[in-house]
Design a protein around this ligand. Structure first.
Ligand SMILES: [Zn+2]
Length: 68
């Protein structure tokens, strides 16, 4: 192959092609970057709350079992 092909990258949000030189890389625009940030923030919130609830429920159960 005589020429190296540039790696084609796509915005993970809207799937538009992006260049690694773009300011908002790997996103095509600030808008998509903010959308991705929101996904991570909401995802972390959704994941953390059930885990905390389960840990509290288990702790309460083992406490009562130990006392009785
Ligand atoms: Zn995009």
């Amino acid at each position: 192959m005589p020429r190296q092909r540039p790696i084609k990258l796509r915005c993970p949000i809207c799937k538009k092609p992006v260049k690694s030189a773009d300011a908002d890389f790997p996103f095509c625009s600030e808008r998509c970057r903010l959308i991705d940030l929101g996904k991570w923030a909401s995802g972390a919130y959704v994941i953390s709350s059930p885990v905390n609830d389960a840990e509290e429920a288990i702790a309460e159960r083992s406490d009562s079992e130990d006392e009785s």
